[in-house]
Design a protein around this ligand. Structure first.
Ligand code: BG6
Length: 482
């Protein structure tokens, strides 16, 4: 037995996203969003670059008409829209203290330019929040978790367009005005670093072009996104009870060996892939290493002095990040493995999941220490977990000892980081309940403490079953013992 140390008010909980759980894509006034236009693809098709992930005009038309018999998993999620009461009750039973969820923009402003928010949309989230309060759950809300509305694609808008930024601000202000009494922790954009890039490569009507060009263009989108986020923070000052943080997909890498050239290459990699985003949102200005890189690669950012001012005056109040894995980096090409949206170098000291994500709990302690040393503002791990192929056994449960080990090892390293002096306010595992995968659109990649009886085609009863990890987590929440 090992007793872990966490502050009494530490927020242990679970995270989800609207597009991966809600379903009910055409109910109560909701319109479609980007992720609901992506059909399910079997593994072989997913691996084929000519058929995967291109959002073309044709694909959008095909998805709107929906006559092809294809299955669009994010239109169905795990049916949280109809089962939220049952799910929230289970979250309470598991001992969660906080529930991270996102709001679907197209439920609140179905057409973007609607004069008034959709009352049915507001009502749904108010009901969910009431239910959370009734069950003693604190709430964290992501305002946009990748689900860009269809009208944005149809108009081919990017974050460089004021029309999109203004529409988002209107939406964000509505959320803050309506829900500040329920929700203390807010994240304007999920994984803002990946989001900026995703918009460039998946933008409706444009074929995926030159990847490097898309990456370079995405820095301008990122600038507009962080400024928009800063404007949300500025507006939220009228609600002193709430806190607004950022959300960045962590990208920890180690040098492949101690050759100083590799160590330096990895430093550059970590600067641009990891620290850059937090430097920008915590310190409110562009770091020198980024400005140098922009110059060398000819990156153009459409910066306005008023925007720089907004950014400087409205830093995030806490840092949040998703942490699933780590990788390696070297000056030469090295063997690669899959990662959270990007491939990373293989680390021979680490084991990987069935999807190739390398499991590295100590990397979490390292990252927490790095962020605390550099920023000295509270830290929140807003996603962390393990995806596995699972089926129910004859006892209607899943013996997921690997998940128990994954979570226990990461909890232990967080506790060590806290002893190192790191100030952490919370942790939300990905995820308390099985849902549709973001990257591969499948139900088969299961992360939950709770099994959901749906397959990749949304066939099944939808019933919920507690896995072994559910009972383990419940016990851990009482004892904090491993
Ligand atoms: C994060 C996303 O990048 O990773 C989640 O914020 C996502 O939405 C999670 O589900 C795990 O990725 P995947 O592709 O396994 O669902």
């Amino acid at each position: 037995m090992k007793k872990l140390e966490f502050p009494n008010d530490f927020l242990f909980g679970g995270a989800t996203a609207a597009n991966q759980i809600e379903g009910a894509y055409d109910i109560d006034g909701k319109t479609l969003s980007l992720l609901e236009m992506i059909p399910f693809q079997e593994l072989e098709d997913r691996k084929n670059p000519s058929t995967s992930k291109k959002i073309t005009k044709e694909l959008i038309m095909e998805a709107i008409e929906n006559k092809n018999g294809r299955h669009y998993p994010k239109r169905f999620g795990n049916d949280f829209y109809h089962r939220y009461k049952e799910d929230i009750k289970l979250f309470k039973e598991a001992g969660l203290k906080i529930f991270r969820m996102s709001i679907s923009w197209t439920r609140i402003y179905p057409n973007g330019n609607d004069a008034e928010p959709n009352a049915k949309g507001l009502e749904f989230y108010r009901n969910v929040f009431e239910e959370c309060k009734k069950n003693g759950l604190e709430i964290m809300v992501t305002m946009n978790h990748f689900d860009i509305p269809l009208w944005v694609l149809q108009k081919q808008l990017s974050w460089d367009d004021a029309e999109l930024r203004d529409a988002f601000l209107k939406y964000a202000k509505t959320l803050l005005d309506e829900f500040n009494v329920y929700v203390k922790y807010w994240l304007p954009f999920n994984e803002i670093n990946l989001f900026a890039f995703m918009m460039q490569t998946m933008n409706g009507g444009t074929e995926q072009g030159d990847k490097l060009k898309a990456i370079l263009n995405s820095y301008n989108d990122l600038h507009k996104l962080v400024v928009t986020q800063a404007r949300v923070i500025e507006y939220a000052k009228k609600y002193p009870n709430i806190m607004i943080g950022n959300m960045v997909a962590d990208s920890t890498t180690y040098p492949i060996n101690c050759d100083p050239e590799n160590v330096y290459e990895n430093l550059k990699m970590e600067q641009m892939k990891k620290f850059f985003y937090h430097d920008l949102m915590v310190k409110g200005e562009y770091p020198g290493y980024a400005l140098r890189m922009f110059k060398e690669y000819g990156v153009k950012i459409n910066r306005d002095p008023e925007e720089d001012e907004i950014l400087k005056n409205n830093p995030v109040q806490f840092i949040s990040f998703s942490y699933y894995m780590s990788g390696t980096h070297s000056k030469k090409e090295s063997e690669l493995t899959e990662g959270n949206f990007i491939k990373v170098g293989v680390n021979p000291y680490l084991k990987a999941t069935e999807w190739g994500w390398q499991i590295d709990p100590i990397g979490l302690r390292i990252t927490l220490n790095q962020y605390w040393d550099r920023y000295q503002i509270p830290l929140f791990v807003s996603e962390n977990g393990i995806g596995v192929f699972e089926t129910l056994n004859e006892n209607k449960t899943v013996e997921d000892d690997y998940r128990i080990k994954y979570l226990a090892d990461h909890f232990e390293q967080m506790s060590e980081a806290i002893k190192d002096g790191v100030k952490m306010i919370g942790y939300t595992m990905w995820t308390p309940i099985d849902l549709v995968s973001a990257g591969t659109n499948e139900m088969s990649k299961r992360y939950g403490l709770i099994f959901v009886d749906y397959d990749d085609y949304h066939k099944g009863t939808g019933n919920r079953f507690k896995k072994k990890s559910f009972e383990w987590f419940k016990n851990f929440m009482k004892t904090k013992e491993l």
